[in-house]
Design a protein around this ligand. Structure first.
Ligand code: SF4
Length: 362
């Protein structure tokens, strides 16, 4: 598929100008944040933006409502906090890892240290700064929770010795020490092969060509899919639902009291140690089956100029009346459906005179 648009994926240094001001996206490889780093983001949102921290479907964090001089100050703060390790690579540090990796019994191999190693190795290769901002790496600890997110280069643990290197519908077995270099070599092959494409899936025969360049012989494979963990305790971790994936100042401040780290998930929830206390007091949800489990929304009005509705307000008002069938629910204020989740979901879209739910007018 030939692309005609320019890749405008926002970052910290390439801020998107939205209707409510600058929008900066901070990449968090593996979704990891120390409490101190979260506090830097929280204060930056309060002092430079609209006060909230938005969690994204790639386990990153966004700040909105930045004034004209906000991005410069924000990048200085993030650099000092270790959240901007490479100016050249800042938009391409798109690395997902299974958020419960190493914390519960489903985990076959702890991939979180590998996320950090992959990030370092990525930033050490100047050529990879040219990757499109949408190119995605995924490190799955074997449970299959990242399958629906359709990463370009996906590794899934088999055991503590080996993993499957997956690109598109093809996969081959590799040992763990070779994984970071192979993932980055695959990305570099994509850059050599691509024209205007942003993703490997857009390149005809891309997966087969890349495996050939890597000197590997893959076979076709079907990846397992498991649903993401619901709110509550899982092993030594507590999964916390964040209503509409948007942290208030008070909620972010409560999470900074958690040690030693907070993990953002691609489902806009957070993972903290099971010992964390007091999060329900600030409106975070620590038990399953809440109204807000699996419910997401795009920015909507007033943040986005294309929006036909204030979907966040409408979702807050209408979700209590909505019947659920186990699927996630995504609210969009126009047909672009920004931030929609992977896999099956109830599709709520604003149109000129109301909403369509899975294409049916309500
Ligand atoms: S789905 Fe439409 S209204 Fe919502 S953020 Fe995207 S472009 Fe804006």
């Amino acid at each position: 598929m030939a692309r005609t648009e320019v890749d405008r994926c926002p970052g910290v240094l390439s801020v998107h100008q939205a209707a409510d001001g600058g929008l900066a996206r901070v990449r968090l490889p593996g979704g990891r944040l120390t409490p101190a780093q979260l506090d830097v983001l929280r204060l930056a949102a309060a002092e430079l933006g609209d006060g909230r921290l938005e969690l994204t479907s790639r386990a990153n964090v966004q700040l909105r409502g930045l004034a004209a001089d906000g991005p410069r100050e924000l990048s200085d703060r993030l650099f000092t906090a270790g959240l901007l390790p490479s100016i050249a690579h800042e938009r391409v540090r798109n690395i997902l890892a299974s958020p419960l990796s190493g914390l519960d019994e489903e985990s076959r191999y702890d991939v979180l240290p590998l996320a950090a190693a992959l990030d370092q190795a990525l930033c050490a290769r100047p050529a990879l700064a040219e990757l499109p901002g949408r190119f995605l790496f995924a490190l799955d600890d074997g449970r299959g929770d990242l399958t629906d997110l359709h990463a370009d280069v996906h590794v899934r643990a088999l055991d503590e010795h080996s993993a499957l290197l997956c690109i598109g519908a093809y996969a081959t077995q590799v040992d763990w020490p070779s994984v970071p270099d192979l993932m980055l070599d695959a990305a570099q092959s994509f850059l050599a092969l691509r024209d205007q494409e942003w993703r490997i899936a857009e390149l005809a025969g891309g997966a087969e060509q890349i495996f050939r360049q890597l000197g590997l012989q893959p076979s076709e494979t079907a990846a397992p899919t498991t649903v993401s963990a619901t709110a509550g305790v899982h092993g030594s971790a507590l999964v916390v639902t964040v209503p509409l994936g948007s942290l208030t100042q008070e909620q972010a401040a409560a999470l900074t009291q958690v040690a030693p780290e907070i993990r953002i998930t691609p489902w806009r929830s957070v993972v903290v140690p099971a010992t964390a206390r007091g999060l329900q007091d600030v409106g975070l949800i620590t038990t399953p089956n809440s109204l807000w489990e699996g419910v997401t929304a795009c920015a909507g009005r007033p943040g986005c100029a294309k929006a036909l509705a204030d979907v966040r307000a409408d979702a807050t008002r209408l979700m209590p009346e909505m019947e659920r069938d186990g699927r996630r629910v995504h609210w969009s204020a126009c047909e672009r459906r920004c931030g929609k989740p992977g896999g099956l979901f109830v599709d709520v879209v604003s149109v000129a005179d109301g909403y369509l739910v899975d294409g049916e007018r309500v």
